[in-house]
Each structure stands twice: as C-alpha cells, then as structure tokens.
Design a protein around this ligand. Structure first.
Ligand code: ATP
Length: 324
C-alpha cells in the first residue's frame, strides 16, 4: 500500500481530529502518502481529496469536531454511487481507507469492501459508546466530562430552589452516558433504555429521597429511555403525583458533542490511528479498531455492527447504593 485515504462520517465526536492527525502522521512515519477526504463518503463520490502531511495536522489534537467535515451520504447507499466512489479512489491511486464514524459508516464500508474488495479499517467515533468491540468509542469520555460539569451547575439551582430536575442526556438507544454521569454527578435516579424502572418505582424512589431529608434532586434521563413518557411528560406526571416537588426539565442537546477532547480521548485517538494504519499495512481489512482492557484490538465489521455494547450491571448497583 502506497496511499491511504482517511474520512470522517456520520455524527461528529470529540477526538475525531486527533484520530485524523494520528492516521496522517502514522502514514508519514511509514513513508506512505495520506489523503484527507472531505465530507465522508460524499467526498469520495465528488473526488474531494487533499494530500496531507505531518504539518497539515498541526494544532489539531485539541480541537473538537472534524476538520475533514462529516456528512451522511445518500448516494453512497446506491450501487451507482459506490461505483463512482471506487472509480475516484482508483484514479487518485488511493489503495485503502480509514473510516472514522459510527456503525452506519462501518456498514457502508462493509458493503464497499464486499463489492470491490477494497481494504478498509474503521475507527469508532461517537459519544454514545454504543459500538460492540471496544470499551470506549472516541468522544465518549469527553462527553461524560462535559455532561458532569453541566449537571454540577444545574445542581446549584436545584438545591437553591428545592427543585427536582430531569436532565435529558444523549446516547441514542444506549444508557452508557446517562448511567455514568448519573453516578458521577450524584443523581438520585437514572433512567436508561436497558432497564425499565417503571413510573411507580420512580415515584417511590423520589418519595423515599424526600423523606430521607433531601430537598432537591437530579434525575438523569437517557434520550432513548423507555419509561413510556418523554422527559416533559415525565415532569407533568411527577408534578401531578408529588405536589411537594417543583419540577424543571433540562434537555442538554448538542453541546454534549462539542468541545476539546479529554486527554483520554486524545490518547485513544492517537492509539487507534496507529493501529488502523499499521493493520492495513499488515494486509488486514474489514475490521474496526477498539480498546479492551487497555489493549488495542480488532473486531470484524459485521460483529461490530451487529453486536450490542452491554451496560455494566455493576454500575446499576452502585447507583442504587449511592442514592440511599
Ligand atoms: P452516527 O452513529 O453518528 O449516526 P453513523 O456512522 O452510524 O454515525 P450513519 O448516518 O448511520 O452514521 O451512516 C453514515 C453513512 O454511511 C451514511 O450516510 C451512508 O452514506 C453510509 N451507509 C450507512 N449504511 C449504509 C449501507 N447499508 N450501504 C451503504 N452505505 C451506507
């Protein structure tokens, strides 16, 4: 392999830039040319490439978002679109791809690899941590730190006014963010899609907490929670059934995806970039790079896409004990 292309696809996440930097510098280290591809798969189809060297990625390790931009490409979902993409890669002499993105992006890579036997390696970039085959996805640790900091601030208001706050956090169908920030920020209750607490038990728990002398409470709600009510309906329900609380809702939204990556994410991105490029050079393809017990690891795309990242049950118990 003499030329590798790198792209970011799907939702952005802190640490993507650090991963681009790592891919570019690892290529330079091994005397391989590296091309940055703009706007994910859209950029391959449009031939939107730029050659990158070690100095093109200076000052990038601490920046959120992705300098290569990200996009969702409808055209790449079509056979004709992928044909165009393949033609452009061949024309540019690009022989392998590093795709930084989520499970949708990896599905795209898998399809492309099946059709053209084109070498691809994935780096999981999403704050949701919902990808099988790695204990941490890029951006997850940063998001945890961002959210905990915000909940600390919300708590100031909650305790000054004796209020109950429902704080909705991101995570799609996974409760990793909610469970961890819930423990980290000392939430009274944590509602996640993997565990249906039930409305009655939520009320009971809030009553218990009130009786134990607490005057304010934080309940962290994962956006994908399946309690049957959205966070605003939940507020109405609790206010109707527990007049002793004044309830407020805070939906944190996209601020959770931004900001400079944490040190953990910068180091992880650097390690993942090295592993991705060196695995391609070893002739491997169709894998996602991951980290398990602090060791870099490869998971076949089909497993990474189909598998589910499980919630840590021990954390559920810790959270229960902490809200005593
Ligand atoms: P996030 O988790 O942030 O949504 P993602 O990588 O899962 O990131 P998607 O929008 O699902 O984001 O996928 C990114 C892109 O991957 C799509 O816009 C599309 O171009 C490509 N893709 C996804 N699935 C397929 C598929 N089955 N065939 C071809 N391309 C696909």
């Amino acid at each position: 392999i003499k030329k590798i292309g790198v792209l970011t696809s799907g939702g952005d996440a802190p640490g993507m830039n650090a991963a681009i930097r790592s891919v570019v510098r690892t290529c330079a280290y091994h005397n391989i040319k590296c091309y940055g591809i703009y706007r994910g798969y859209e950029g391959i189809i449009d031939g939107d490439f730029v050659e990158m060297g070690p100095r093109s990625v200076k000052g990038l390790i601490n920046k959120g978002g992705t300098m290569l931009k990200s996009a969702r490409s409808k055209t790449f979902r079509t056979k004709e679109g992928r044909q165009l993409a393949h033609d452009n890669l061949i024309k540019a002499g690009i022989e392998a791809l590093v795709v930084i993105g989520g499970d949708g992006s990896f599905t795209g890579s898998m399809v492309f690899n099946e059709e053209y036997n084109f070498p691809v390696m994935g780096i999981p970039g999403t704050i949701d941590n919902d990808i099988f085959g790695t204990s941490h996805t890029l951006g997850y640790d940063t998001a945890l730190n961002t959210v905990v900091e915000v909940i600390d601030k919300i708590r100031d208001t909650a305790s000054s006014h004796n209020r109950l706050f429902f704080v909705e956090v991101m995570g799609r169908d996974a409760g990793h963010i909610a469970l961890n920030v819930g423990i980290g920020a000392g939430a009274e209750e944590i509602l996640i899609p993997e565990e249906d607490l039930g409305l009655e038990r939520l009320l009971e728990s809030l009553r218990r907490s009130k009786q134990s002398g607490k005057s304010s409470s934080i309940v962290v709600v994962a956006e994908g929670d399946k309690i049957g009510k959205n966070v605003f309906e939940l507020k109405d329900y609790v206010e109707e059934n527990m007049t002793e609380y004044e309830v407020r809702v805070s939906v944190l939204g996209h601020m959770q995806r931004g900001g400079p990556p944490s040190c953990f994410d910068r180091v992880l991105a650097s390690r993942m970039g090295v592993k991705a490029v060196e695995s391609l050079l070893e002739g491997k393809s169709n894998y996602m790079v991951g980290i398990k017990n602090d060791v870099m690891d490869l998971t076949p795309f089909d497993q990474a896409v189909k598998g589910k990242s499980k919630i840590n049950k021990e954390l559920l118990r810790v959270s229960d004990i902490m809200s005593t």
